[in-house]
Design a protein around this ligand. Structure first.
Ligand SMILES: *Cc1c(COP(=O)(O)O)cnc(C)c1O
Length: 412
């Protein structure tokens, strides 16, 4: 929930200029209201259909964010042992955790089994065999679902498209039934269902609907051979509006469009949304350090960089860059760049934007997902702090790193 009152940008009831002056910049700021609204939009749209909304931890894995969602009843989709550690530390319920990913290690599988997670979304036969063996050694049953690769084009950025047969993800539809049947007979596995995840930042729901149809058809075929299927997991991937006016399916109406066919299947449903819950809930605040011109080109040099938010450099992603305090000067066209020594270090290019001066704060919008989590210490820059806003109150949920933090795991 970010909006202007007069000329000042607020997160909920907190004026961001005051916050930035207190915490310093760069700083990530998250709205707890937006996080909860987006989580509840999924949860409420499913209504009485048996369902679990497993928030995809990789989108934003800060303990403060996870704890907020855990308290609201969320389950979690994890892709590493480290993410499970975070979920447990945040008070999440392991019985609502699903473990995705093509490369789970034995140590990660053991850690997940000994903490009693709900199930593994399995992506190969070798992985199923490993989980069976480790579950046997620990004397537990491991829930599994087969992640199928439905071979539909998510029509999104190639790096975040995952549902085509050329991608490393999932098990080919043609092989899935046989793999499922063999896995079902392994002594320490317990069959749960079928899952898919075809990509991220999907603005058109059509590919998701197509994948859902294929997954439901697969689930029905498997169910016909026995009653060994309990749920379908539809993955995440719903897109958000990074540009004003960009059309995105609303969470509620998207789920509504799926409900009839899900109800007909008689199966419980899981979803794994990340971006659509967290992205609109966050901004990255940064301070203007300098203005300069190279020839006719204008640069706004700020104190946030590609190590803080890599999406523009990595995916050519667009983030709106807006002033924390609006002024009445005529707008400019400029590149917004950081201090890192790479030409790829930009937050915005040839952007028509507010005429900001050194010392002014800017907000880089829709930065709540795949923002801080992809940040690094490149150029030995301490990582930014994170702040969670709740109404008129705010608190630091991750401290700014210090120079000592930069070297604390090193020896000379
Ligand atoms: C990344 C990922 C998600 C979340 O995707 P969003 O686009 O953030 O909703 C869900 N499931 C799996 C398996 C993923 O890899």
């Amino acid at each position: 929930m970010f909006s202007y009152s007069q000329n000042d940008l607020y997160c909920e009831q907190v004026p961001l200029a005051d916050l930035a002056a207190r915490t310093g910049t760069p700083v990530y700021v998250y709205s707890s209201q937006t996080l909860l609204d987006n989580y509840r939009a999924y949860d409420e749209a499913f209504g009485d259909l048996p369902h679990t909304v497993c928030y995809a931890v990789k989108a934003n894995s800060s303990l403060g964010v996870l704890a907020l969602l855990a308290k609201a009843g969320a389950g979690f989709d994890i892709v590493s042992g480290g993410e499970l550690f975070r979920v447990l530390r945040a008070g999440g319920d392991p019985a609502k955790v699903v473990f995705s990913g093509v490369g789970k290690t034995a140590a990660e599988v053991e850690y997940a089994l000994s903490n009693g997670i709900h199930s593994f979304n399995c992506e190969s036969e070798a992985e199923l065999a490993l989980i069976d063996a480790l579950a046997g050694r620990l004397g537990v049953k491991a829930g599994f679902s087969i992640r199928v690769n439905p071979d539909v084009d998510a029509a999104t950025h190639p790096y975040i498209s995952t549902g085509l047969s050329q991608h490393k993800f999932g098990i080919a539809m043609a092989d899935a039934a046989a793999v499922y049947e063999r896995a079902r007979r392994l002594p320490n596995l317990s069959a749960e269902g079928v899952s898919c995840h075809i990509g991220s930042q999907m603005l058109d729901p059509a590919p998701i609907l197509e994948a859902v149809d294929r997954v439901l058809a697969m689930a029905a075929a498997l169910g016909a051979q026995g009653d060994h299927i309990r749920h379908v997991d539809l993955g995440g991937g719903l897109g958000v509006a990074y540009q004003p006016g960009e059309k995105t399916p609303a969470i509620g109406s998207f789920i509504e469009s799926l409900k009839a066919r899900l109800r007909r299947s008689g199966l419980a449903v899981m979803v794994e949304p990340g971006r659509s819950i967290a992205a609109p809930a966050g901004v990255l605040l940064t301070r203007v350090l300098y203005r300069k011109k190279n020839g006719t080109k204008e640069f706004v040099i700020v104190d946030a960089a590609m190590n803080d938010l890599i999406r523009p450099a990595l995916y050519k992603a667009h983030h709106e860059v807006i002033p924390v305090r609006r002024n009445t000067l005529p707008p400019i066209t400029a590149d917004v760049v950081g201090p890192v020594c790479e030409t790829g270090d930009f937050l915005a290019r040839d952007r028509h934007m507010a005429n900001v001066m050194p010392g002014d704060f800017l907000a880089v919008c829709t930065a709540g997902a795949y923002g801080f989590v992809q940040s690094s210490n490149y150029n030995s820059r301490p990582r930014a702090p994170e702040v969670l806003v709740e109404g008129a109150a705010w608190r630091v949920i991750r401290q700014r790193e210090t120079y000592e933090d930069l070297v604390k795991a090193e020896t000379r």
